[in-house]
Design a protein around this ligand. Structure first.
Ligand code: UFG
Length: 331
């Protein structure tokens, strides 16, 4: 039986996808340089190579040695703020890394890849909900490199025997319900883990960035999607390519928007903690509203998100953060 190669399988979304793949009976090989991923997040049933996807020799070795049927690619830098301070890091990790990967895949005749893209490819949306055919005009370097990755896959697929699925995630959140793995970033910048630091006695209050947006309560609206639902979409996308599906792009979100204040309120309900909040200035570069239309993923891939309810999503995150208040122990 051949294996699925998961690049970045020790990271947040990558590790959850590996667990779901193994639950589905797949064999998995992981390559991760552990720069932002964690050894503890690596599924014990996967074959693990520590290394960087810009290392052509390593990729050639993996493709020569392992029987790889398709690739799922999460190995990229993904912080918007950092991408504005250090754009060349993003060009190197995200674009040079993908270039080396594609060269090695083409050389080894590997013809299927599913990869992480983002709502940040759209920039300020033209209309809500956002469709895959809408304008893509990124407002930060992270989104720009992800859009360029999509184009790199497109032109490579035209020239070579290769098909791809690009999955544009909205706001990934939550944790595996059995509590084995969850979200851990250093530094943490995402709303839900930061909110949960308050009831975990690691933060006195949550800052609300901006209260004067043109939304129902003045705070930003986002489409929060559970990490296991994202993981399931990768498996469906891989099977779609295995069944001969053409290269394609899909949004992944719940199609429902929650304001920052609503997320804080839900976290209060789930944790039973008052979670004080302070309204502060806007954070630079935040669009006011991002909500996906995921109808295409539902129709074409048969995707059906299981965690549509924000209370349940936050409950899974809370279980993880309570049992791992400092995230993973070891790098
Ligand atoms: N926010 C706060 N307080 C905080 C942290 C965040 O009010 O302490 C707000 C933000 O301003 C934003 C919302 O909560 O309005 C969500 O912020 P996150 O940082 O959790 O997520 P983003 O929407 O900024 O970013 C997500 C992904 C990115 C992706 C982007 C697409 O994390 O990888 O969506 O626009 F690029």
């Amino acid at each position: 039986m051949s294996s699925v190669l998961v690049l970045g399988g020790a990271g947040y979304i990558g590790s959850h996808t590996v667990y779901e793949l193994i639950d589905a009976g797949e064999k998995v090989v992981i390559v991760d340089n552990l720069s932002t991923g964690f050894w503890e997040a690596v599924h014990p049933g996967a074959v693990f190579y520590e290394g960087d996807i810009r290392d052509r020799e390593l990729l050639d070795l993996v493709f020569d040695k392992e029987d790889i049927d398709g690739v799922i690619h999460f190995a990229a830098s993904s912080q918007v703020g950092e991408s504005m301070k250090d754009p060349l890091k993003y060009y190197s990790n995200n674009l040079c890394g993908t270039e080396v990967l594609l060269e090695s895949m083409v050389a080894h005749g590997i013809d299927k890849i599913v990869f992480s893209s983002t709502a940040a490819t759209y920039g300020e949306p033209e209309s809500i909900p956002i469709l895959e055919s809408d304008r893509t005009l990124p407002t930060n370097c992270y989104g720009e490199t992800k859009l360029s990755m999509e184009k790199m896959f497109h032109w490579t697929s035209v020239a070579h025997n290769l098909r791809y699925v690009s999955l544009r995630y909205f706001n990934a959140c939550g944790a595996r319900p059995d509590g084995k793995i969850g979200e851990a970033h250093d530094p943490e910048t995402h709303l839900i883990p930061l909110i949960l630091q308050v009831p975990n006695n690691q933060r006195d209050y949550i800052s609300i960035f901006g209260n004067d947006y043109e939304t129902k309560d003045g705070t930003c609206i986002r489409d929060y999607i559970h990490v296991n639902d994202l993981a399931q979409a990768h498996i469906l996308a891989l099977n779609y390519l295995r069944d001969g599906g053409e290269s394609n792009i899909f949004n992944l979100g719940n199609g429902v928007g929650f304001s920052v204040k609503e997320v804080v309120e839900t976290a209060r309900k789930v944790t039973g903690h008052p979670i004080p909040a302070k309204e502060e200035a806007r954070r630079a570069g935040d669009p006011s509203t991002l909500i996906a239309s995921s109808e295409k993923a539902k129709e074409v891939l048969g995707w059906n998100p299981e965690f549509a309810d924000l209370d349940t999503i936050i409950q899974t995150a809370w279980n993880w953060h309570q049992s791992h208040p400092h995230g993973y122990q070891n790098k």
